[in-house]
Design a protein around this ligand. Structure first.
Ligand SMILES: [Fe+2]
Length: 452
């Protein structure tokens, strides 16, 4: 067996060089703002202030909340400056107000929000200009800037999900993703048993829940080469998967019945044919595309019906980053270099998952495809801190969510930005959630004697 390399991934940006780091931060701040602007400029004022679903905030809340967090951390905390608007902190505190109640708050209107967002950003760029990125854990390697960039990109993905829930004609447009390359991919691949390094202690902008790196033993297992497709999922639907409690857990079946689930969210059966609605476009179900908008319960039921199971979080990460040739855990499936359009479907570049097999350049050393981008992947694991976890910079980032209420999702979706996705990145949500861009892939144990 190859030995395990504990050195962790290399960082492509040289964070020791202040000017390089400053330019990198400025670029990332600009990129996230460009996306927030696109998502909020795409709709009229009425759509900005309206609640499109009780599951979501009005878009105008997200936008001001993005700026409020930026103000709290970068203007006040890192910059030590006077508040821009301390009177609105309470309104935009996500922990004080559940999403369903946010439309009732005295929110800033669209033009006031845009003014506030711009004012905060001007101050932040000034703070950035003067920062030496040294002296505290918050500013080392520009961590707080990175945290805020990721926070904005995460809210952009949330706003994209709000767009998906919005009714009316399409307002977002993007070119289609690349086609599948026509490779004959095996249905599943073997990931060898043994230890591997999970999590990271070196990735500069990794969040507290990704830390610290630690060795985890994973028995040999098999995992699907690609996420489960709409075509495969249609077979489950057609085979009566939603009417047979055998495939569901007790909690899953109870939810399926109460919520009257019969297919993934946004699917409708019209004249005997399944169609889906995607950002206002009604279209046939694309059979070769990863299924999206399924809950953990639906993913789990499909896997049981198929005689398989969901991967654990550790299995997913090992499939995504362990290189058996070197014993090292990579930053991404393809290596340590940042994502490119050839490697992964990220950043809302396309408004849908890409067909399976569309990203051979993004495959992992063990031959697993499309782990990063396309669809978030449900795992069977509850959300917990790693051994040695310490909350940073605040408990509400992740620690308050630890426990059995949330399931971990991995890999990011077509709506996740590359700043907020890596092979160690952990997302979590309730097992009933399906407005997020979540799909899954299956795994299974090695059968006795199968590879002897
Ligand atoms: Fe937030």
């Amino acid at each position: 067996m190859t030995s395990i390399d504990h050195s962790g991934g290399q960082t492509p940006v040289d964070h020791r060089d202040q000017e390089t780091l400053r330019a990198h931060v400025a670029r990332e701040l600009a990129r996230s703002r460009q996306r927030s602007t696109l998502l909020t400029d795409a709709v009229d004022e009425d759509d900005l202030v309206r609640q499109h679903s009780r599951l979501m905030s009005p878009l105008v809340w997200d936008y001001a909340h993005i700026a409020n967090q930026e103000e709290l951390w970068l203007v006040r905390d890192v910059g030590g400056r006077e508040p821009v608007r301390s009177d609105i902190d309470e309104i935009y505190d996500a922990f004080k107000h559940p999403r369903s109640n946010r439309p009732q708050l005295p929110l800033l209107g669209p033009s006031e929000t845009r003014r506030y967002v711009g004012e905060v950003r001007d101050k932040v760029l000034d703070v950035l200009d003067r920062s030496t990125f040294e002296g505290s854990r918050l500013v080392d390697n520009a961590f707080a800037f990175g945290m805020i960039v990721q926070h904005e990109q995460q809210h952009d993905e949330t706003m994209l999900a709000t767009h998906q829930l919005r009714s009316g004609p399409p307002v977002l447009h993007a070119p289609p993703p690349p086609r599948a390359e026509g490779l004959a991919l095996p249905a599943e691949v073997l990931v060898p048993g043994g230890g591997f390094v999970m999590g990271t202690s070196t990735e500069p902008w990794a969040l507290d829940n990704e830390r610290p790196h630690h060795e985890v033993w994973v028995d040999a297992f098999l995992i699907d080469t690609t996420p489960v497709t709409c075509g495969a999922y249609l077979e489950f639907v057609g085979a009566g998967g939603y009417t047979d409690p055998r495939w569901w857990t007790e909690a899953g079946w109870a939810h399926r019945q109460a919520a009257e689930l019969v297919a993934p969210a946004f699917w409708d059966r019209v004249g005997g044919v399944w169609l889906r609605t995607r950002f206002g476009v009604v279209e046939p179900i694309p059979e070769d595309e990863p299924v999206v908008h399924v809950s953990f319960h639906e993913a789990q039921a499909y896997a049981t019906w198929a005689g398989r199971r969901l991967p654990t979080e550790a299995e997913w990460e090992k499939a995504a980053r362990f290189d058996p040739a070197t014993g090292r855990s990579l930053r991404y499936p393809w290596g340590d270099e940042d994502p490119t359009p050839e490697r992964a479907n990220l950043g809302q570049r396309h408004l849908r998952p890409a067909p399976v097999g569309a990203y051979p350049a993004g495959a992992s050393p063990t031959g697993v495809h499309q782990l990063i981008g396309d669809v978030w992947e449900w795992t069977s694991s509850d959300f917990h801190g790693y051994p040695g976890f310490t909350a940073f910079p605040y408990k509400e980032y992740s620690e308050v969510f630890f426990g059995a209420d949330y399931k971990v999702l991995r890999g990011g979706s077509f709506g996740s930005d590359q700043a907020a996705v890596r092979a160690t990145f952990r997302n979590w949500d309730y097992p009933i959630r399906r407005q997020i861009f979540a799909g899954f892939r299956c795994a299974r144990d090695v059968r006795p004697g199968e590879f002897d």
